[in-house]
Design a protein around this ligand. Structure first.
Ligand SMILES: *Cc1c(COP(=O)(O)O)cnc(C)c1O
Length: 378
């Protein structure tokens, strides 16, 4: 069986987790937590990086930080994971969906301006498959209309847009370390990236249950107290220790995935040249992290048959997302601005192939072989 995903594991994680367990400090912001945050602040780089229990939690913090109020509007693609939406709906926001681009599956930067209203507070670009949205254009709109930009870079760690790390371009950015992403902190985890210093101190407070405990530990205040609304957005030291094992090998993991991605691309290119399938497109302004390898089929029927054929040959290929505007919760909290053409059509014909750190050449060849074998169906 070739699974769709295997959690990334490079070898040192076990030792670091054990070390953390034996350190008698296993709550958040210990030795490994600080080490990871420092790595991000120096490597990305960014003003401040805070580990969170998930990307979902980081997005929730972002919504609190920009002070979303009931009735505020937030612009995002409908083709995204539910967490992008939930974080803002929880604070009472109304979502305004904008169609995606056919080539990258990212929000169409040219459709955003028409969706801006006096109630708009933020734009949330989602960097699908670790390939960047057209950020120059989005940041220009942010400046023109005074809007916050929160990058959902859940899939985008180690990807760049014009040389800048994803998540470091908007006011705030978020990563996911869920086991299905390129880098994991032991199954669940995330990161809040702060690029605008105005948010640094409040982010620490919100993350520490609304207290100034972080300042207290740095000796900046002599006792800690409740200073504003907050929650618990710290991951444990065990999660950070696992993540440290991955950060040490961040480049190795990326190169391994890129190699697999390229093998798929080269092996399937002749089908694309014949017009039977479509392959992913990476604009020149982007370098990517091979988070995903997808192909596009003619329609949903062809996709379903191919999934069946691959499954019969012990290969797990999957699709996602059902666009949020057509989901039961989406009806209540959102509206779609303009045409929903590509969101609907492209999401129904996209198929994700297995890709994970350590996937062997033999496994990649087997997947390619079974797709090619179904040529008549394509
Ligand atoms: C995975 C993902 C999330 C959620 O990440 P968690 O760490 O599981 O909370 C959010 N947005 C996008 C685009 C994702 O792919």
């Amino acid at each position: 069986m070739i699974p769709f995903n295997k959690p990334p594991y490079t070898g040192n994680e076990e030792q670091y987790v054990l070390d953390a367990m034996q350190s008698n400090k296993i709550s958040g912001d210990g030795f490994y937590g600080k080490k990871c945050q420092q790595w991000f602040e120096e490597t990305l780089p960014c003003k401040k990086a805070l580990l969170t229990p998930s990307c979902t939690a980081a997005l929730e913090m972002a919504a609190l930080l920009i002070d979303i109020q009931p009735g505020d509007e937030v612009i995002m693609p409908s083709y995204t994971f539910v967490s992008t939406a939930n974080a803002f709906v929880l604070r009472g926001a109304k979502l305004v969906f904008v169609d995606i681009r056919q080539d990258t599956m990212n929000i169409d930067e040219n459709l955003i301006e028409a969706a801006i209203s006096p109630k708009t507070k933020a734009i949330v670009p989602v960097h699908y498959a670790g390939v960047a949205c057209e950020m120059d254009k989005i940041m220009a709109l942010s400046e023109k209309y005074g809007l916050f930009v929160i990058e959902d870079a859940a899939q985008g760690m180690m990807s760049h847009y014009k040389g800048k790390a994803l998540g470091t371009i908007g006011h705030l950015g978020t990563y996911s370390f869920h086991e299905t992403k390129n880098y994991s902190s032991g199954g669940e985890g995330g990161l809040l990236i702060i690029n605008d210093d105005r948010f640094s101190q409040r982010a620490e407070v919100i993350r520490e249950k609304g207290t100034n405990r972080s300042q207290f530990f740095r000796g900046q205040v002599d006792k800690y107290t409740w200073v504003e609304v907050g929650s618990s957005y710290l991951p444990s030291e065990l999660q950070a220790a696992y993540l440290w094992g991955q950060l040490e090998k961040a480049e190795e993991i990326k190169q391994n995935r890129l190699k697999i991605w390229q093998s798929y691309y080269d092996g399937l290119k002749f089908l694309a040249d014949k017009g039977m399938i479509e392959l992913p497109i990476v604009p020149n302004s982007c370098t990517h992290n091979a988070h995903m390898f997808y192909i596009k089929l003619k329609n949903i029927e062809v996709r379903s048959s191919l999934i069946e054929h691959l499954k019969a040959n012990d290969i797990m290929a999957v699709f996602h997302y059902i666009p949020l505007h057509s989901s039961p919760a989406g009806y209540k909290n959102s509206c779609f601005h303009g045409d929903r053409g590509f969101t609907q059509i492209e999401s129904e014909r996209l198929l994700r192939l297995p890709i994970f750190f350590g996937m062997t050449d033999k496994e990649v060849s087997k997947v390619i072989f079974h797709i090619v074998k179904q040529g008549d169906l394509l």
